[in-house]
Design a protein around this ligand. Structure first.
Ligand code: SF4
Ligand code: SF4
Length: 389
């Protein structure tokens, strides 16, 4: 929540934003206007919602939340575009479009992800990534753990970002019921947005949400000393981590666990100038609304990665498409961190992120060209119920 009462209108948030190039005097003027009128085309057009400014605000006033609150209020009135709504009852969304490539393989994996057996612990892959990582139910990294995924088990991050906290609460309650039905006490997460929703948002919003949540790096790091999982292949690589924007409100361990584990596996971890809680966003969230700003942000982030001398960037969020695209232009490899753990185990993960990204964009363009009405098709969610606008 934005705290107007503590904000000193110093402008540091806008001045420090990686997407907005502006003088200090202009930044002060802009934030004063934004706070007073709740309107700033500059911020609304250039803000990726990355939360970086929350980490640099000297009064901890949460400036990033101001834009989120304004956006949620606008969407409550006008509705949200169908593509952003990862729900089974929204027939055309970014996930259903993404499914139209390697369809049989995806459908087979999704059937398993959406119908897991009862268990005390499970690997929670989330919605978006279960469409890309269709083979994660075979990895030995997670032996013995059922995988939960697909839209049925979406963590609800999109609901919180689009419709606000109250609606997220409904989603959290639904999920808790489903987890209890499966007998779950512990979830191992794959996606940073799921980390945020399950570790931070739901325990504060939903009564009784007390499951133990560990990121995959935290889980594997804990297993490492016992030798329960053996990693016979050293990762002889210099790697830099692109930390997820979704982690900013979590504790230090979310940042340290992947670093410690990569080093134990033989990698040399080198740091970009902006790292951990102060990591810069790669620009992807702005791709549709302001492609130039998105491109520029990806360029800056890849330049920081190149300056470290790393051979590869490790990401946790596969939504970082802009980073991936820009890095590949510079012949810098990008791996999901789980792929690196799989490689250390001796597996050969398909490393499909670029392929999936290209198909997703192609399918999206084809779908929109064939059905232009989808660009204006909107829905509202109120008290957990979906209605078409
Ligand atoms: S939100 Fe923080 S950084 Fe931004 S103007 Fe207010 S006090 Fe300064
Ligand atoms: S949330 Fe990120 S993109 Fe938005 S104003 Fe803050 S720093 Fe800039």
């Amino acid at each position: 929540m934005f705290h107007a009462d503590t904000c000193k209108l110093c402008g540091a948030c806008i001045k420090g934003c990686p997407f907005i190039i502006i003088s200090t005097a202009e930044a002060k003027e802009e934030i004063a206007k934004f706070v007073k009128t709740r309107d700033s085309s500059l911020v609304m057009k250039n803000c990726a919602g990355c939360g970086y400014c929350n980490t640099i605000c000297p009064t901890r006033s949460n400036p990033a939340d101001l834009r989120k609150e304004i956006r949620a209020a606008r969407i409550a009135q006008a509705g949200a575009g169908c593509m952003a709504l990862m729900r089974e009852d929204v027939p055309e969304n970014i996930m259903t479009v993404g499914l139209r490539h390697r369809c049989e393989e995806k459908e087979e994996a999704l059937k398993k992800y959406m119908n897991p057996p009862k268990s005390k612990a499970a690997f929670y892959i989330g919605c978006a990534l279960s469409y890309i990582y269709t083979d994660l139910n075979k990895t030995k990294l997670l032996d013995g753990l059922p995988v939960l995924g697909g839209m049925k088990y979406c963590c609800g991050g999109y609901i919180r970002n689009t419709f606000g906290e109250q609606e997220a609460k409904f989603r959290g309650e639904e999920l808790l019921k489903a987890f209890r039905g499966l007998g779950l006490k512990k979830l191992i997460t794959f996606c940073p947005e799921c980390d945020y929703m399950l570790k931070k948002v739901y325990p504060e919003l939903v009564v009784g949400f007390d499951l133990e949540i560990q990121s995959i790096a935290e889980y594997l790091l804990e297993k490492f000393p016992s030798g329960e999982i053996e990693f016979p292949h050293r990762l002889d690589m210099k790697i830099t981590l692109h930390d997820s924007c979704a982690w900013r409100a979590l504790n230090e361990e979310i940042y340290e666990a992947p670093r410690k584990l990569l080093e134990l596996l033989g990698a040399q971890v080198v740091e970009m100038k902006h790292n951990r809680r102060k990591s810069w966003c790669c620009g992807t969230p702005l791709t549709a609304v302001n492609p130039k700003a998105a491109e520029k942000a990806a360029e800056k982030r890849v330049a920081e990665a190149m300056a470290t001398g790393a051979q590869a960037i490790a990401i946790s969020c596969n939504g970082c498409f802009a980073l991936n695209r820009k890095a590949s232009e510079k012949n810098l490899d990008v791996f999901n961190i789980t792929e690196l753990f799989q490689m250390a185990l001796g597996e050969r993960p398909p490393h499909r992120i670029s392929e999936e990204m290209n198909h997703m964009v192609k399918n999206f363009m084809q779908t929109i060209t064939a059905n232009p009405y989808l660009l204006t098709k909107k829905y509202r969610i109120k008290n957990g119920q979906l209605t078409e606008c």
